[in-house]
Design a protein around this ligand. Structure first.
Ligand SMILES: CC(C)(COP(=O)(O)OP(=O)(O)OC[C@H]1O[C@@H](n2cnc3c(N)ncnc32)[C@H](O)[C@@H]1OP(=O)(O)O)[C@@H](O)C(=O)NCCC(=O)NCCS
Length: 130
């Protein structure tokens, strides 16, 4: 059953400006090494960073925790399988919350263009045994 859904849109220029202004201080607060490696290896890296930022926000929203959430940005990691399909790996506080809320699966989808990146996340919960 669906526990929650979230969606987010990010303007790519904002991501580019933040990276240009704060560099690694910003990047390492938000993104894991694997996310940075993936995005930096691509021609329009800012779009990939923006999409990952949107995906993390979408997962936060799907949890319904809002801004007070103790989850860190890097607790939610966006990885791609061999076909390019994105998936979320949970760490630390996010992993705890996932277990606590009995989240079984997360489905994430992302898209990006020159100006915008969007992501959608759906959290699926295990049914309680009767
Ligand atoms: C995968 C595909 C749908 C990506 O679409 P796109 O318009 O090029 O790019 P978008 O910005 O919309 O989406 C890119 C994101 O799609 C996601 N994606 C890539 N491969 C995926 C797959 N196999 N399944 C689900 N999502 C995928 C990724 O998250 C990617 O962003 P990332 O690289 O930053 O992680 C597309 O490249 C593809 O393979 N389409 C197959 C069908 C096709 O060829 N249609 C053409 C009709 S004209």
């Amino acid at each position: 059953m669906i526990f929650g859904t979230g969606v987010d849109i990010v303007e790519v220029f904002r991501m580019r400006d933040a990276i240009n202004k704060w560099g690694m201080n910003f990047l390492s607060k938000i993104f894991t090494d694997r996310e940075m490696d993936y995005s930096n290896a691509r021609r329009f890296s800012h779009q990939h960073f923006a999409a990952r930022f949107a995906a993390k926000e979408a997962v936060f929203k799907a949890f319904g925790e809002g801004r007070k959430s103790p989850m860190k940005w890097t607790d939610i990691e966006v990885l791609n399988n061999g076909d390019g399909k994105p998936a979320i790996e949970f760490h630390s506080t996010a992993l705890e919350l996932k277990k606590q809320k009995r989240i079984d699966k997360v489905i994430v989808s992302m898209s990006h263009s020159k100006n915008y990146a969007v992501a959608n996340a759906i959290l699926l919960r295990k049914r309680k045994k009767a």
